[in-house]
Design a protein around this ligand. Structure first.
Ligand code: DHB
Ligand code: MG
Length: 225
């Protein structure tokens, strides 16, 4: 399809099925105004995360990579009032914008932002699970530095349980993921993550290409078996 056609279809799906929401649209606007990159998930993908949370009955969600909390708001709205989202963000400015967006959207009480590198923060989450002070995660959304996807997937299996849903953003990378000549570190990291999902007996997974407001990319959806 020409870009005009697929953008029109994405807009049609979003208008027909996602609609408009002041808090989500303000979150994106404020994120842009603060100079954060325009790499939040597309509205149709935010809605997918929200529905996956609901379909799976998730109560406790882990997100790796908060950015301005656009996806976080979608996830938080998909879990019960006494559920929680833990979201890890390495950039202090992103975390500050995210906190304001979460509070304005009315889900602030359900979301804990942990500031730091995920590699440093994830072991603290395991400690809380092992000492019984926190429950295992029911859904994990991985949307951070693609170079670390295998590390994040390993943590998702360790912090989850049989039945945990794991979603990995950006697995298509404009088609580069299937280009054997690609040398970009994000592409290599994405491919290693997909290979892990395909071979590690802890997971059963698939991936779908996406052609949405964010361009040509993809999303992997896995189950911890
Ligand atoms: C990039 C990262 C993302 O998580 C995304 O959804 C799109 C782009 C990036 O780093 O380029
Ligand atoms: Mg992403």
């Amino acid at each position: 399809p020409t870009p005009e056609r697929w953008r029109a279809v994405d807009r049609y799906f979003a208008e027909t099925l996602v609609g408009h929401d002041a808090a989500l649209e303000s979150a994106v606007a404020d994120q842009r105004a603060a100079g954060l990159p325009s790499i939040e998930v597309a509205p149709v993908s935010g809605k997918l995360l929200h529905l996956l949370a609901r379909v799976s009955g998730a109560r406790r969600v882990l997100e790796i990579g908060t950015l301005g909390a656009y996806s976080t708001i979608w996830l938080a709205r998909g879990i019960p009032d006494d559920g929680s989202v833990v979201t890890i963000e390495a950039e202090p400015l992103n975390a500050e914008i995210a906190r304001a967006n979460l509070d304005r959207s009315g889900v602030g009480d359900k979301v804990e932002i942990l500031l730091g590198r995920a590699a440093d923060v994830l072991p603290t989450l395991e400690a809380a699970i092992l000492d019984g002070s926190a429950a295992r995660f029911d859904l994990v959304f991985i949307d951070a530095d693609k170079e670390s996807n295998t590390i994040y997937l390993d943590w998702a299996a360790r912090l989850g349980r049989s039945g945990t849903v794991v979603v990995v953003d950006n697995v298509g990378r404009g088609g580069a993921v299937a280009d054997p000549a690609a040398t970009r570190s994000d592409v290599i990291g994405t491919r290693r993550g997909l290979e892990l999902l395909g071979t590690d007996p802890r997971f059963d997974a698939t991936a779908l290409q996406t052609l949405d407001a964010k361009g040509w990319d993809g999303v992997a959806i896995a189950l911890v078996v």
